[in-house]
Design a protein around this ligand. Structure first.
Ligand SMILES: C[S@@+](CC[C@H](N)C(=O)[O-])C[C@H]1O[C@@H](n2cnc3c(N)ncnc32)[C@H](O)[C@@H]1O
Length: 359
C-alpha cells in the first residue's frame, strides 16, 4: 500500500531530488512541491529513502493540512487534526527504517516558513499536547535526544506533520571529518553529480576541489572509471585526501593551479566544480581573470562530448564566458549557497552538438 512521505531539500533542489527519488523508487508519485519540500507517495520500504543523496531529511507524513488558517484559531485546527489522525503508519515507517526498534521517547521540532498570527513555539506546544494523547502509552516526551522526532512544518499555505526517518548523518554525512570555510553542503555536491548524469565510464575532474566533497559524493553515488581532484592549497588537498579516505573512495589528488592543469587534452569526461565566489574566496575582479583562464583549460582537458557542471554566484560572468567560448547551456538550477543566490550551470560544447547533428 502506498504511503505519503516527504523530503526536505536545499531550496531550489526539490524537483532534482524528486528525479533521484524516482530513480531509486520507480513507483514514487509526486504529490506536491513547496520551497525546500517534495511530497510523494510510494509503497517502497522507508529504508530505501535513507539512501537518497540529494535530500537533507526524510519524513513519513502523518498530517497534511492544505489550507492552514493564519489566525490563532489555527492552533486549534492543528490540535484537532493531530487528534483525529492515525499515527500508526508513520510510526511503523520509523520502525522499518530503524530495523524494527521500538521508539521510547519523542519530541517536537517546529519550523515556521509562512507568516501566521501565532508563534512557532505555541504551534509546537499545541501539537505536543495532542501527541501526548494519541501516541502509544509507553512513549515519553523529552526535550533532547529523542528516539523519534515529530516535525511540524508551517509553510505558506500547507502544514505538514511528519515523523523524521533520517538523522543528522543524512545531511552532514559521517565521512565528512574536515571542513573548509567555503565547503559545499554534501547534498548540493550530490545534486551537481546527479546533474552530470553519472555513467560507469566517467573520468571525473574537480580542478578546484577544496575539501573534496564533490568527488567523494561522486564516488558514493555511482560507479566510475577515475576520479581526479586538485586545489592550489596544500591544506585543501590534504583535507580532501582525508575525507576521501574516511569515505573509502579512491581519488587521485594533486596540488596544482587549475589554470594550467597537468592533464592531457581531452582526458576527462566530466568536470564538476564549485568555483570560488562570494566574500570568503577571491573577489569579482579576480574572478574575471580566473574564470576566463579556467574556461579555456576546461575546454582543453574535457572530451568533446563531455559535460561541465559548475556552481557559482557569478551568474552573469559565467553565462557570458560560456557563450563566448562556445559552450551550450543545458540546464541552470538556482539555489542559495552560504546565504547568497547561486546557480549550478550544466554545459556542453556547442560544436559537439553541431557535429552530432550533421552526422
Ligand atoms: C569554492 S571552493 C571549493 C569548495 C569545495 N567544493 C568543497 O566542498 O570544499 C574553491 C576552491 O578553489 C581553490 N582555488 C582557487 N583558485 C585556484 C586555482 N587557481 N587553482 C586551483 N584551486 C584554486 C581554493 O583554494 C578553494 O579551495
Amino acid at each position: 500500500m502506498s504511503q505519503l512521505f516527504y523530503c526536505m531539500t536545499m531550496p531550489g533542489l526539490e524537483t532534482l531530488a524528486f528525479s533521484e527519488i524516482r530513480e531509486h523508487l520507480p513507483d514514487a508519485e509526486q504529490v506536491k512541491f513547496a520551497r525546500g519540500i517534495a511530497v510523494f507517495k510510494t509503497a517502497h520500504s522507508p529504508a530505501a529513502l535513507l539512501e537518497l543523496r540529494t535530500v537533507e531529511d526524510v519524513f513519513a507524513s502523518a498530517v497534511h493540512i492544505p489550507h492552514m488558517r493564519r489566525d490563532p484559531d489555527g492552533l486549534r485546527v492543528l490540535h484537532s487534526a493531530t487528534m483525529h489522525t492515525d499515527l500508526t503508519p508513520a510510526i511503523t515507517s520509523w520502525r522499518r527504517a530503524h530495523h524494527g526498534r521500538q521508539p521510547r521517547t519523542w519530541r517536537v521540532v517546529s519550523q515556521m516558513v509562512g507568516s501566521y498570527d501565532f508563534r512557532r513555539n505555541d504551534a509546537g506546544l499545541s501539537l505536543a499536547n495532542a501527541l501526548k494523547r494519541v501516541l502509544p502509552r509507553g512513549m515519553r516526551q523529552v526535550d533532547d535526544d529523542a528516539d523519534m522526532e515529530i516535525w511540524l512544518w508551517l509553510g505558506n499555505n500547507d502544514v505538514l506533520i511528519g515523523v523524521r526517518l533520517s538523522d543528522a548523518t543524512m545531511r552532514h554525512r559521517s565521512y565528512k571529518r574536515e571542513h573548509l570555510p567555503a565547503s559545499l553542503r554534501p547534498t548540493v555536491a550530490a545534486a551537481m553529480n546527479w546533474l552530470a548524469r553519472p555513467t560507469a565510464q566517467d573520468v571525473v575532474l574537480d580542478p578546484l576541489c577544496g575539501a573534496g566533497t564533490i568527488l567523494v559524493e561522486r564516488g558514493l553515488m555511482a560507479p566510475f572509471d577515475r576520479l581526479i581532484g586538485g586545489d592550489i592549497r596544500d591544506e585543501a588537498v590534504a583535507m580532501a585526501r582525508r575525507n576521501a579516505r574516511s569515505a573509502d573512495v579512491g581519488v587521485s589528488w594533486r596540488v596544482w593551479d587549475a589554470q594550467e592543469l597537468p592533464l592531457e587534452p581531452a582526458s576527462v569526461t566530466r568536470i564538476i566544480t564549485n568555483l570560488p565566489f562570494g566574500k570568503q574566496l577571491g573577489s569579482h575582479q579576480s574572478n574575471i581573470d580566473l574564470y576566463s583562464a579556467l574556461i579555456k583549460e576546461f575546454e582543453r582537458v574535457l572530451t568533446p562530448d563531455g559535460l561541465l557542471v559548475a556552481l557559482t554566484s557569478e551568474d552573469r560572468l559565467w553565462s557570458t564566458l560560456l557563450q563566448k567560448h562556445g559552450w551550450r547551456l543545458l540546464k541552470k538550477v538556482v539555489l542559495v549557497v552560504l546565504g547568497q543566490p547561486a546557480s549550478i550551470f550544466v554545459a556542453e560544447r556547442a560544436d559537439q552538438v553541431v557535429e552530432t547533428a550533421s552526422r
